[in-house]
Design a protein around this ligand. Structure first.
Ligand SMILES: [Zn+2]
Length: 400
């Protein structure tokens, strides 16, 4: 299974300089599993996901399954802007809970979202749409992909979903307020043994109040621990939560549940029966300078520091990108060491300066052209410093 995040924010879209790193789009996820294309919720992140899918050369067309957790604005607002809907050869099956107080049911909800006055009149072709309302505790099969649903505790009702294929398990619980014993038990059962749990963590513990419909990072950690999941992704971030605040929340959660991640746009997880791999495509903003030089990489997460040679690709004020035969995890801390030959010391002999750049892994991606190597993007976390060192074999440094 491959899971990709296109929208991670709750309630309303939140474009702002302070939310740029994690992203401001509301929930939309893409799951590729068992030769199926599955879309989870239709928040504003569905628009860029649609652009990507629209560009894929699929013949005769795209066949995909869209699962709504519920129909609050943050989970439906991207649907009218989902470009593949306007292609005649595409086919979608739309799933979701039976909506409360809507006589037309799920088809009526979608018709309303795609009609006047909420959006411009549709002209031209339209994809084929089928609908299937999902009852809580039900199971369906999409080929070899098995899907189970459970009720979550959210105003107006919502579902959480479990996807299983070939021994790997993903659970998606985007909107859930803990505190209802029956529904909490249902979610623990749904999440049991999952490799990856994507869970509502919108609120800080101090912000929690009965009826909010949302959980906290602490309740997400508790669910992950109780259900024996292997990796937790904090999701549905509050619109006002800054990138810095989400960094701090991630650190707090990791003290209790080390394999915790905060969802951000561009994050991918590859799930297999015995492994979960993270990929990252979050870019650096500053201008990059090509610097094709050998670089020594020291990783500090091991008891004995691991050093290996890699190849620096580019450098900016905020970070670097290098290619490496070794694998890294998102958020690993490391140090890049560049040996620079300078013009010469007071005696006219060349000296070496070692430029040490401390950073945090923000992006890991496989390289198709270099078997087994990965490209690694690093964000610098401390000011750069330069340590002067004598050239090997030179005694001039002490000859003062
Ligand atoms: Zn929501």
């Amino acid at each position: 299974m491959r899971l990709s995040f296109w929208g991670v924010r709750g309630s309303i879209p939140s474009p702002h300089p302070d939310t740029r790193r994690y992203g401001g789009h509301t929930p939309a996820l893409e799951l590729r599993a068992a030769n199926q294309v599955v879309l989870l919720d239709a928040g504003t992140g569905l628009a860029p996901l649609g652009q990507k899918l629209h560009a894929e050369p699929l013949i005769p067309g795209l066949t995909a399954h869209l699962f709504f957790s519920h129909y609050h604005w943050d989970h439906v607002q991207g649907l009218p802007h989902f470009a593949p809907l306007s292609a005649a050869g595409n086919k979608f099956t739309v799933y979701g809970p039976a909506p409360q107080g809507t006589p037309g049911g799920l088809p009526g909800i979608v018709d309303t979202l795609l009609g006047v006055p909420f959006t411009s009149p549709q002209s031209g072709a339209r994809s084929g749409l089928d609908f299937e309302e999902i009852a809580p505790d039900s199971e369906i099969s999409l080929g070899e992909l098995r899907v189970c649903a459970r009720r979550a505790n959210h105003p107006g009702g919502a579902l959480a979903y479990r996807f299983e294929h070939d021994g790997s398990v993903l659970v998606y619980a985007p909107d859930h307020e803990p505190g209802n014993a029956e529904l909490d038990l249902g979610l623990r059962q749904l999440a049991r043994g999952a490799q990856l749990l994507v869970c509502d963590a919108q609120l800080l513990p101090a912000e929690q109040s009965p009826g909010s419909g949302h959980g906290t990072w602490e309740s997400a950690v508790a669910l992950a621990g109780d259900a024996g999941v292997r990796n937790l992704v904090l999701f549905h971030h509050a619109p006002e939560r800054s990138d810095h605040a989400l960094d701090q929340i991630t650190l707090s959660a990791r003290r209790l549940f080390p394999r915790t991640w905060a969802a951000h746009e561009g994050m991918h997880f590859d799930l297999a029966a015995d492994t979960v791999h993270l990929w990252e495509c979050r870019g650096r903003d500053a201008q990059r300078m090509p610097v094709p030089l050998p670089v020594l990489v020291e990783s500090g997460q091991h008891t004995a520091p691991l050093r290996h040679e890699a190849r620096l690709h580019n450098l900016s004020f905020h970070g670097a990108y290098f290619v490496s035969p070794l694998q890294y995890d998102l958020d690993d801390r490391l140090e890049l060491v560049l040996d620079l030959e300078t013009g010469g010391d007071a005696y006219g002999d060349p000296t070496l300066s070692s430029l040490r750049l401390q950073g945090q892994v923000m992006r890991v991606e496989p390289l198709t052209t270099n078997g087994g190597w990965v490209g690694v993007g690093v964000r610098f976390v401390e000011p750069r410093r330069t340590d002067a060192a004598a050239l090997p074999g030179s005694d001039k440094a002490t000859d003062a």
